[in-house]
Design a binder for this molecule. Structure first.
Ligand SMILES: [Zn+2]
Length: 294
């Protein structure tokens, strides 16, 4: 990565004499750390390729291009990267290509913007792997994001539509009479559909909980805070939510709590309509009342 930042490609010679690009961290035969680094050229030969007629977001090029395996001069293995050519007629196996470097290099594979046709058959200048700046790249930041669409089942859809009206809706198993919230659509014990809709109160009992002390990216509440299973009155499975309005260290099993809703105008089809649960002032529930729901 340091080489890329400095505009060089570095491979690693492993115990079998093969120059591998990028260098493996460990020798595949001896399992020793790779220490023999070798500079290779920024020009090479297309070994194989495939055409991408419709690039998708975050691919190296925003117009049709080829993914290719390119064996750089001086290397024994090929690396995969994009080749910028006008059409699939303009690329072929054995074609000479060279690296088009990114305008700004930071020490990441994206420092190679793509490959482009090399006009001459001359080998590009090689260099020593020892060249370059003394300060090595020690880390790479790889941003990752994941978008997904959640498709609610008919039962979950009813639950979320209930949420938009300030109601907590569960469903009862017609065989064992257990009430599931949010509804699952079927009783896992009896294997039958849960058909009876049950509206639950916003009050319940803390069964188990944890105090969150660890900060993490995207956290909305400053630690310490409590995430708890709340067994709503009339339900048979507990509901995971936050406990606020009390010092985190005072939360306890059996504590009676109530839902605190957002202002009505902010309600949507989401469980986030309930901001959190807070103590409702009732005496703690006896352990026997929830021991079967832990
Ligand atoms: Zn059942």
């Amino acid at each position: 990565m340091t080489g890329l930042r400095d505009g060089h490609v570095v491979g690693g010679r492993t115990s079998d004499g093969v120059v591998r690009v990028p260098p493996p961290e460990f020798d595949p035969v001896t399992h020793a750390a790779t220490t023999d680094f070798v500079g290779v050229a920024s020009e090479g030969t297309v070994v194989s390729w495939t055409w991408v007629p419709e690039p998708v977001k975050a691919q190296p090029l925003d117009h049709p291009f080829a993914w290719a395996l390119v064996k750089l001069d001086g290397a024994d293995t090929a690396i995969m990267h994009a080749v910028d050519v006008a059409s699939n007629d303009a690329i072929h196996t054995g074609m000479r290509v060279r690296i088009r470097w990114a305008a700004e290099r930071v020490g990441a594979i994206t420092d190679i913007a793509c490959f482009e046709p090399a006009d001459t058959a001359e080998h590009s200048e090689s260099f020593s792997a020892d060249e370059g700046s003394a300060e090595g790249v020690t880390g790479v930041i790889t941003p990752v994001s994941l978008d997904y669409v959640y498709a609610a089942s008919p039962e979950e859809s009813a639950f979320f539509r209930g949420m938009a009206e300030g109601r907590i809706l569960g469903q009862r198993c017609p065989v064992c009479r257990k009430v599931y919230v949010p509804p699952r659509g079927a009783c896992p014990v009896d294997g039958v559909p849960t058909t009876d809709e049950v509206e639950l109160a916003g009050s319940g009992t803390v069964t188990t909980f944890c105090i969150v002390n660890v900060p993490f990216l995207g956290q909305r509440i400053t630690p310490p805070y409590v995430s708890a299973y709340v067994l709503l009155d009339g339900a048979d499975i507990a509901f995971l939510h936050l406990i606020q309005g009390i010092d985190a260290h005072d939360v306890r099993m059996g504590m009676r709590v109530e839902a605190v809703w957002k202002p009505r105008e902010e309600w949507g089809t989401t469980i986030e309509n309930i901001l959190h649960f807070q103590p409702n002032g009732e005496p703690d529930a006896a352990y026997e009342t929830y021991e079967g729901h832990l």
